[in-house]
Design a protein. Structure first.
Length: 685
């Protein structure tokens, strides 16, 4: 094991990986004494972690040994949603769950729905054994769209996959556009590289509706309106064309559809874009000049800007920019949104879709779970959902239009099983609540979407209380349902070995905790994009085949600011800095820093409403209302309010959170939610 500085004399250190939904995927060192995890720190031997962790994960022992940690299986003893439970044995819980699922599956297994996302990003505890179980059962499939599918689909259509520049080379860039990312809070190790580039003379520009902590540290902040990023990208193209800041050789040899994109971009002069984006013409012109004349120039794109109706088109437009100026020629040039497409994960081996045995269950979008749970059986929808198994997610808090989600979870005829660490908002609605292991207590293996290393997580301690790994729960249910395929006997370590097959040396993972993929330093310097054409596809024939526009364009929001006088303010709901979605909300040391749910308003919007900082406000639209404290601040731009999330509903003043206001409408690509495409009004409560 790699030692830390001055470990206790009788301590051992265990190599692990951070499981959370963050591009950094840090390598961990857990110091264990007497079977107790005393400290979690970053592994200094891992170059991307470099010994440093975010504030959240550095508190991992506090979370693992939290006094409210679930330690025994529980069965509901009160009304749905009351949070009233009684302890039961594992055998009693699993026997009853298996019997209930068997009875439903006998009628139609599609009436059973798994619901999970990125509570762990691990390939084993995420959707390894669980996917095997639900495939064998024939349950409905879940379209896991709630975070990244619009941007991911856009990258596939433009670059050919979730690929881009290597994060370590941002340290050598001379211009970095931090676009739709509060990197200080959500991508700390990239931010350290950006700071190094800044010290070496690079210019940093933050493009974000909110003046984030990251914007504070950049040379410039472009505070555009939510949902107008594609318009800004097209105006940059306009200026690159009219000033001939183009790499004509790269365009000719390594792109597809340049003439058509050029024609579209010339329809977007800065004056038109400035009116839509709400930013000065001069700022757009200067940004285009800087991007067109600075080499190497790099873009760190993140998922915040794709949570609007036109989010996929926006990512497509931005992903076209590096090819216009030939930025891909340089290892410190190009763009990074996700690197996950580089990882040769053997997902079919892990998830075993062959266990469907020719069946084609329906697919239900996790982003519209509220509507799905309230839908009756129909020809188009299929059977009514009778059973829901939730793991690695907290949909009652995180899914949009939560009044409908709550109504669906409250159905007395819905059988709900929740695997969890704590009694979350979703757990309150469970019929059975099963205690899950944390990352310190199980095997797992991880890809990353922010760098190109595979990481292995070893269990550092025995499970606390009666907690079981997700994989163990689904293994036990499979046994009770008589699933006798050999794959259900695979151990977690065996599944870790299956995850990448021969593509990654497992002995290297065991000895150092990580292994680096052989990705070229400048992967697209000579083209070679993983698209059908091998080129950066400005024009996508695949999108045309779906009846969509083959070129990127600006698509106005579903709810355009100014279109509804009853709800004149746009609202975005970025995460509070010390939370990760709804994870860590109950860690007292982190919650005490955040204080309480807040809505940031610009003084220009607060003054006419008679609102001062610290006052309770009512935020509302046709979908519902939400009360929280006001923070009158220039972190919000005029006309836009920032509802910082995602607080557990039960911790809010009226038992709701910001998702009471968001809608179940979807994005242009990827069927993703539009959390930041939301109009509201605000008044003193």
């Amino acid at each position: 094991m790699t030692p830390s500085a001055n470990p206790p004399s009788d301590a051992v250190q265990v190599l692990g990986a951070c499981p959370h939904d963050c591009p950094d995927t840090c390598a961990l060192l857990t110091t264990v004494e007497g079977g107790v995890a005393r400290r979690v720190q970053g592994n200094p031997a891992h170059r991307h972690t470099d010994g440093a962790l975010c504030t959240k994960v550095s508190r991992y022992p506090e979370r693992t040994y939290h006094p409210e940690r679930l330690l025994t299986p529980l069965r509901r003893s009160g009304p749905k949603g009351s949070g009233q439970f009684e302890p039961v044995s594992w055998d009693e819980a699993l026997d009853d769950i298996a019997a209930r699922l068997r009875a439903i599956a006998a009628r139609d297994p599609q009436a059973i729905l798994p619901y999970s996302y990125a509570g762990t990003m691990g390939l084993v505890q995420g959707d390894g054994m669980a996917a095997r179980f639900f495939h064998r059962l024939g349950a409905s499939l879940l379209d896991r769209t709630i975070c990244a599918s619009a941007g991911g689909e856009a990258l596939v259509q433009t670059l050919g996959g979730k690929v881009g520049m290597k994060v370590e080379h941002f340290a050598e860039s001379k211009l970095i556009l931090v676009w739709g990312s509060n990197s200080i809070g959500s991508n700390l190790h990239f931010w350290r590289l950006a700071q190094k580039a800044k010290r070496d003379g690079a210019r940093l520009v933050c493009i974000d509706p909110r003046r984030t902590e990251t914007a504070d540290k950049c040379h410039e902040h472009i505070a555009l309106r939510p949902g107008t990023d594609a318009a800004l990208a097209l105006a940059l193209m306009h200026e690159l064309i009219t000033h001939d800041w183009l790499d004509h050789d790269y365009l000719e040899r390594h792109t597809l559809g340049w003439d058509a994109l050029r024609e579209r971009a010339l329809q977007w002069p800065p004056e038109r874009t400035a009116e839509i984006c709400g930013v000065p013409v001069a700022q757009i012109r200067q940004l285009a000049h800087d991007y067109g004349t600075t080499k190497p120039a790099a873009i760190r794109l993140n998922y915040g800007m794709q949570r609007v109706r036109g989010g996929g088109n926006a990512v497509r437009a931005i992903a076209c920019l590096p090819a216009l100026v030939g930025a891909w020629r340089h290892r410190a040039g190009g763009l990074l949104l996700s690197a996950s497409g580089y990882f040769p994960a053997q997902r079919a081996a892990l998830q075993r879709p062959d266990l469907l045995a020719g069946r084609t269950p329906r697919t239900i979008n996790m982003s519209t779970i509220g509507d799905a749970l309230l839908s009756e059986a129909s020809t188009g929808f299929g059977p009514k959902i009778e059973a829901l198994v939730v793991y690695n997610s907290n949909p009652v808090a995180v899914a949009p239009e939560s009044a409908k989600v709550v109504q669906g979870f409250a159905r007395e005829d819905l059988f709900t099983v929740v695997l969890e660490h704590f009694q979350t908002d979703t757990a309150d609605y469970a019929d059975y609540l099963l205690p899950a292991t944390t990352q310190l207590e199980h095997w797992d293996i991880h890809a990353s979407y922010g760098h190109t290393d595979v990481l292995l997580n070893r269990p550092a301690i025995a499970p606390v209380g009666q907690a079981k790994a997700n994989s163990a729960v689904f293994r036990a249910l499979a046994e009770r349902l008589g699933f006798d395929e050999p794959c259900f006997a695979d151990s977690d370590e065996a599944m870790c070995r299956q995850a990448f097959g021969d593509a990654v040396n497992f002995d290297t993972l065991l000895s150092q905790g990580f292994a680096t993929l052989p990705v070229p330093d400048a992967p697209f310097a000579d083209g070679g994009f993983p698209t059908p054409s091998g080129r950066c596809e400005f024009f996508s024939a695949r999108l045309v085949a779906q009846g969509l526009d083959g070129l990127p364009d600006h698509l106005p929001n579903h709810e355009v600011a100014g279109s509804d006088p009853r709800h004149p303010l746009a609202m975005i709901s970025p995460p509070a800095r010390h939370f990760l979605n709804s994870t860590f909300v109950n860690v007292q040391s982190l919650r005490s820093v955040e204080g309480e749910p807040l809505l940031e308003l610009h003084p220009d919007d607060a003054a006419p409403r008679g609102i001062d900082s610290g006052q309770m406000v009512r935020v509302f639209n046709a979908r519902g209302e939400y009360r929280c404290k006001a923070d009158v601040s220039t972190r919000a731009r005029p006309g836009v309010v920032n509802g910082l999330g995602i607080w557990w509903r039960k911790l809010g003043p009226d038992g709701t959170n910001v998702n009471q206001l968001t809608s179940q409408r979807l994005t242009d690509l990827g069927r993703a939610p539009v959390f930041y495409d939301c109009l509201v009004e605000v008044e003193r409560a």
